[in-house]
Design a protein around this ligand. Structure first.
Ligand code: COA
Length: 436
């Protein structure tokens, strides 16, 4: 059903609410080039980016058929073609324990400064959730520029990520050598490899989301940004049989006063095997003339910490929530993932927007498969969960015990949250490796 999601017409309830304040909500026609350009300009303005260049517009243009973009227009302003608010969304595969589920990936949420705080964002977000439901998708996902906005719509932080700064001279590599080899490759080869490798690794990385369209190009340095593109370097790890199993994309930032102390910024390090992971990090940490290695959007539990003599030389410069999940259909969403062990758990979910409100019984068998039913289990372990925290628990990244200790989640009996953790927690922390 979600294949048809892009052709769902404008949400009538939101359109009517906005019309009552003189605004017009419209779904963008991908064939309408002028409307697309205005929409892209408004999106860039919302994020304080420079107006898009022709090259960037050409890159974005491909995305207009991959997403359902919505604009809100004010016919009373000087330039009524320019939307005063934007949002775009598309069905995206999200990796969950034991498989994947498609969610409605929401992006490009902007409201013009002249039209803020009039409830436009609320209308857009609530309408996107209804569209996701109409498309048959059990959840919605997004990444945020501000963490204060989306809990009110039922989103909760589901993955966390770290930015790292490594003192390459002092960290001391102690990892075992990998049997294959690392080599420099050109961008074309990196793009070709990334198309398959990123998706392969994404499928085994809980919390990761498939990357399509211009966002994929940007990971490797987009053609529309030639200065940046020229700076990118690409290394590949091939296993003993010569099969590429890992790719790192990085750039060098010169230190004008210390030619032996340049900085390497790692834009991507994607490894399909543990050998590839070790080999790529080893290579980056032992580059000559480099004093510092920085990396973004890494897992909160990187194996790298165990591959160096002095883990204190790996500083976490940022720890942030990254992927936000909004469960819309608990029965479908909870059955789509696997669980760590057998057990029964009741969930009393409160959802002010109504989509997931109610009580559900999760019954997991020995194989980790769940059957989920609406209706309250008469007895046994039960949690009272606000909808945003269900999103946080969903991928196994948050601990129910910790949430219970915070007082925001309630257990029927002591030990119920611990049982939830035994079922839900994932073996490694869920991680999203991109922004969208
Ligand atoms: C964030 C933004 C989309 C909000 O749009 P808006 O139309 O002013 O929001 P609304 O009037 O619909 O307000 C919706 C709710 O969010 C709250 N809110 C709005 N902006 C907020 C912010 N920056 N931080 C915290 N809360 C915010 C409002 O108080 C309101 O709360 P309530 O409904 O509980 O009373 C808009 O300010 C914007 O475009 N900012 C720049 C781009 C951006 O940050 N986008 C978010 C990308 S993740």
């Amino acid at each position: 059903m979600h294949d048809d999601a892009l052709s769902i017409p404008v949400d009538e309830a939101a359109a009517a609410a906005l019309a009552s304040s003189g605004l017009r909500m419209a779904v963008l026609d991908p064939a309408d080039d002028a409307a697309f350009r205005s929409w892209a300009e408004a999106d860039a303005r919302g994020f304080h980016d420079a107006a898009p260049t022709e090259e960037f517009l050409a890159e974005l243009r491909g995305d207009s058929v991959l997403q359902r973009a919505v604009g809100v227009y004010d016919d009373g302003i000087a330039d009524p073609e320019l939307p005063v608010a934007t949002v775009a969304a598309w069905p995206a595969a999200l990796t969950v324990p034991g498989g994947e589920v498609h969610g409605w990936a929401i992006s490009a949420v902007t409201v013009a400064p002249t039209h803020r705080r009039r409830g436009i964002a609320r209308q857009m977000l609530e309408s996107e959730l209804r569209v996701a439901v109409a498309a048959g998708l059990p959840l919605a996902i997004l990444t945020v520029s501000e963490a204060t906005i989306y809990a009110r719509y039922g989103f909760g932080p589901a993955t966390w990520s770290t930015d790292l700064e490594i003192d390459a001279r002092r960290v001391g590599w102690i990892g075992a050598d990998a049997p294959g080899r690392v080599q420099q490759i050109r961008r074309d080869a990196a793009v070709a490899l990334a198309r398959t490798l990123l998706e392969e690794v994404r499928r085994t990385t809980v919390g990761d989301v498939e990357v399509v369209g211009h966002r994929f190009e940007r990971l490797l340095g987009a053609p529309s940004d030639p200065a940046e593109q020229r700076k990118r370097r690409f290394i590949r790890y091939d296993d003993e049989s010569g099969t590429p199993r890992g790719l790192a994309v990085y750039r060098l930032v010169e230190d004008a006063t210390d030619f032996a102390g340049h900085t390497v910024e790692v834009n991507q390090l994607v490894a399909a095997t543990d050998d590839a992971y070790r080999a790529l990090w080893h290579h980056l940490l032992e580059l000559d003339l480099v004093g510092t290695v920085k990396a973004w959007l890494r897992s909160v539990d990187e194996p790298l910490r165990w591959l160096v003599r002095d883990p204190r030389r790996i500083r976490t410069t940022e720890l942030r929530e990254h992927l936000w999940v909004r469960v819309l259909d608990p029965v479908v969403a909870l059955a789509a993932r696997s669980y760590a062990g057998p057990g029964r758990l009741g969930l009393r979910i409160s959802d002010p927007l109504g989509h997931a409100d109610g009580t559900f019984a999760l019954e997991v068998d020995e194989a980790g498969h769940a059957v989920v039913r609406a209706g309250e289990p008469a007895e046994g372990p039960l949690l009272d969960v606000p909808i945003d925290l269900l999103g946080s628990l969903y991928l196994g990244g948050a601990s129910a015990v910790v949430l219970a200790a915070s007082g925001r989640l309630r257990e029927r009996d002591p030990g119920d949250a611990a049982l939830a953790d035994r079922l839900l927690r994932s073996a490694t922390p869920p991680t999203l490796t991109t922004w969208f």
